[in-house]
Design a protein around this ligand. Structure first.
Ligand code: UDP
Length: 257
């Protein structure tokens, strides 16, 4: 197997794996090209804290083929460990893949998630932007049992190569882990609220906020109901600092190591 498609060695972020690659897009395109089934998790501080009480989610993240540093907290944690890394937002990785030449030629894409009509509008947006994009289909994220069964049948029949799932965390990660067997050669990415952005329902934070690790503040402004979930962020920061201090303490006490 080519080295570029082998699962990379992970770094630990409070016990969860994160894979650091120079070019996630090339790695994924290589897997897509060879039909190697791939689950991509876009990790942030909220998910990391959720894993403390959600063993199933933690197990799914450990099993995933690629875990990318999506959140500013994860990036700052790894920088504290001396890693020179940049944030890789899941929405940007998905956009990169949607613009791949092969999506017009041999690969097809499926959008699953969002309120009624959102995935369709997002798909129309991409079809206008990338003429010739092969769309296998769309499904909103609140299916009744009959629609959920139809979705399973459609995926099994059409075998799309790229399946974007925007159900929010942890729903999308658990759903992908349960359903990836239906399309064993596909790349599955949990894309959170990306369909809302592509459909024009919501907007991303201005670049200057994102560049200063403050995208979360913009989301809080857009969706104030998130405040309770966001209490996980200071908790993550405290744990990250405590972990780093313990490591430094160990270095000082055992300098010969
Ligand atoms: N959503 C969905 N089905 C559900 C719950 C949520 O399709 O049962 C969608 C929701 O419409 C929104 C997305 O999931 O488009 C969640 O976006 P968010 O930005 O909150 O993702 P997170 O930050 O949780 O990853």
């Amino acid at each position: 197997m080519q080295e570029s498609v082998v699962k990379p060695k992970p770094f630990s972020v409070l016990g969860l794996p994160v894979h650091l690659l120079d070019n996630y897009g090339d790695w994924l395109r290589s897997r897509l090209h060879q039909g190697i089934g791939t689950h991509v998790v876009t990790l942030n501080a909220e998910m990391t804290m959720l894993c403390e009480r959600h063993n199933t989610l933690a197990g799914v993240i450990h099993q995933a083929d690629l875990v990318i540093p999506d959140g500013a907290g994860i990036v700052l944690y790894l920088r504290l460990q001396g890693k020179k890394i940049r944030r890789c937002p899941g929405i940007e990785l998905a956009e990169l893949l949607l613009q791949s030449r092969q999506l017009g030629a041999s690969w097809s894409v499926f959008f699953y998630g969002g309120a009624q009509g959102v995935a369709e509008t997002a798909a129309e947006f991409w079809q206008q932007r990338v003429p010739g994009l092969k769309l296998a289909g769309t499904q909103h994220g609140y299916p009744c049992p009959a629609e959920a069964e139809k979705l399973r049948q459609t995926l099994t029949q059409l075998q799309p190569q790229l399946i974007l799932v925007g159900l929010g965390a942890p729903r999308q990660e658990l759903w992908i882990a349960q359903h990836r067997v239906l399309c064993p050669q596909a790349t599955w990415i949990g894309v959170g609220g990306s369909f809302d952005i592509w459909a024009g329902e919501k907007s991303r934070a201005p670049a200057w906020l994102a560049d200063n690790h403050l995208e979360w503040l913009y989301r809080l402004y857009q969706e104030p109901w998130r405040w309770r979930r966001m209490l996980a962020l200071p908790k993550f920061a405290r744990k990250a600092l405590a972990h780093r201090l313990t490591e430094l303490e160990a270095l000082v006490l055992r300098p010969e190591d």
